[in-house]
Design a protein around this ligand. Structure first.
Ligand code: COA
Length: 228
């Protein structure tokens, strides 16, 4: 406990990704009493099923971004949207109102000299080696492994159980699919997608979708990245 009041946090997005991030926030609050307080979830168009799931989890639905009293309620935000492009758009629209919060689940482990940008979320089971650098609003799902000296740039999402190797550079706005592997020292260009279960053995150019083992480029770029 500290004398400081807890950091009030709102999560933007009531879909599965947003609710998982709300749970990360609650886990941090349990592990470090007084550090954070989950105020609730904001969503401009919540689905009925997602609202019901919020209610059953005891998490408050706070209304829309426009209706939330940003200027009179001191809080920071996390964008609970997995798609990197949408997350960037929402985060950029909020910078005038609030500041991003960074959340690390207590069951994640971070090596020495790990730098996390504002808005980063690290889910349970993620393992970050030494001297890792994550940019702003990077999301690492459950059981992701990031090797030593890796750099992951702003607004990238790494899905569950993916491995991003040592010395890799993953660009901005990248989606690394579930269970994918980026071998050591490789580069993944901005805006690219590494498909679920792909193995990246060479550098990936920007705005490219790669699939398979070894990963090869698909063209043109597929639009779907993830569902929530
Ligand atoms: C690669 C990916 C972006 C393709 O998305 P999409 O275009 O909507 O995919 P579709 O379902 O329309 O499939 C298009 C083609 O790609 C193939 N494909 C889809 N995902 C694939 C994958 N992971 N590996 C290999 N091939 C894949 C499909 O079989 C299909 O092949 P076809 O054209 O020969 O029939 C997506 O499947 C993916 O892997 N996203 C990663 C995100 C992720 O892991 N989400 C999980 C939540 S954590």
């Amino acid at each position: 406990m500290t004398d400081e009041p807890p950091e009030n946090i709102v999560v933007i997005g009531s879909g599965g990704h947003g609710r998982e991030i709300a749970e990360v926030c609650l886990a941090v609050a349990r592990a470090e009493p007084g550090r954070v307080h989950l105020v609730g979830v904001i969503d401009d168009g919540p689905r009925a099923g997602d609202l019901a799931r919020l209610i059953s989890a005891g998490i408050a639905y706070l209304g829309t971004v426009a209706a939330w009293p940003w200027s009179s309620y001191a809080c920071s935000f996390v964008v609970g949207v997995s798609d990197p492009t949408a997350r960037r758009r929402i985060a950029n629209s909020l910078v005038a109102h609030s500041r991003p919060a960074t959340l690390v689940h207590p069951d994640a482990t971070l090596g020495s000299q790990v730098a996390l940008g504002p808005g980063c979320v690290v889910f349970a089971g993620a393992r970050l080696s030494t001297t890792v650098r994550l940019g702003a609003h990077v999301h690492l799902y459950h059981n992701v492994t990031v090797g030593s000296d890796a750099v992951v740039d702003d607004f990238t999402t790494v899905c569950s159980a993916a491995t991003v190797g040592s010395g890799t550079h993953t660009g901005a706005g990248v989606m690394v699919g579930a269970g994918a592997v980026v071998l050591d020292q490789r580069r993944v260009g901005d805006g690219s997608t590494v498909a679920a279960a792909a193995c990246v053995v060479g550098d990936v150019p920007p705005d490219t979708v790669v699939t398979g083992v070894p990963a090869t480029a698909r063209s043109p770029k597929h639009s779907l990245r993830a569902t929530s």
